[in-house]
Design a protein around this ligand. Structure first.
Ligand code: PNS
Length: 183
């Protein structure tokens, strides 16, 4: 346990030293339901780590969805999936995203765009967040095309019908979904 925490502690010490010297920290907040976290989400986190000093994955409430996992379960699965990635912090967010971006001192929200049909929903959300908080920027990144068809709902449906989801989600997530689906 302590051993797995070491890279995170060393990385945080590095950040403190760097930013005490006057550099500005680039931090992005990647919000979503993550019910559950998929390889597509992991792909985006990895890409964001190349661009930002810190990537905060925010497990949030989508009032239109009935989740399979509670917030703490989702947070724990993401932490297990991102173990060994010291730039990544996982949090739960119960309120508005436009407030959370300020709370976590992030420069932007990150959202994934898989296919063109995602865009309408994403644009509406980005504009609503900016209307609530004028400084709230949303940036979009694309997962690799092999991950572009993966969605959390597809994963739950496949597992629920006895299919193999090991190609679509990290191992810890696969076990947890099978356990919930009773498979
Ligand atoms: O993965 P999802 O379900 O597409 O993520 C949507 C989510 C959770 C990011 C969105 O519903 C959200 O931001 N919820 C927090 C509450 C909020 O700010 N709602 C207004 C969004 S414009």
């Amino acid at each position: 346990m302590l051993y797995s925490l070491q890279p995170a502690i060393i990385y945080r010490a590095h950040l403190v030293l760097t930013f005490c010297n006057g550099a500005s920290m680039k931090r992005v907040l990647y919000p979503g339901s993550f019910d559950p976290f998929t390889n597509g989400h992991l792909d985006l986190v990895r890409r964001a780590c190349k661009l930002f000093d810190e990537v905060i994955v925010g497990v949030a409430v989508n009032s239109g969805k009935s989740p399979m996992f509670d917030m703490e379960e989702r947070k724990s699965l993401i932490e297990q999936s991102c173990a060994g990635m010291p730039q990544v912090r996982v949090v739960t967010i119960s309120g508005l995203m436009s407030k959370a971006i300020k709370q976590f001192d992030a420069q932007a929200l990150l959202r994934g765009l898989r296919v063109f049909s995602d865009y309408e929903y994403e644009l509406q959300m980005a504009l609503a967040n900016r209307s609530l908080e004028p400084d709230c920027e949303t940036i979009f990144m694309n997962p690799t095309h092999q991950n572009s068809f993966i969605s959390s709902s597809l994963v739950k449906e496949i597992a629920g019908l006895g299919g193999d989801i090991s190609e679509y989600v990290p191992p810890a997530v696969a076990s947890a979904v099978y356990a919930k689906a009773g498979k």
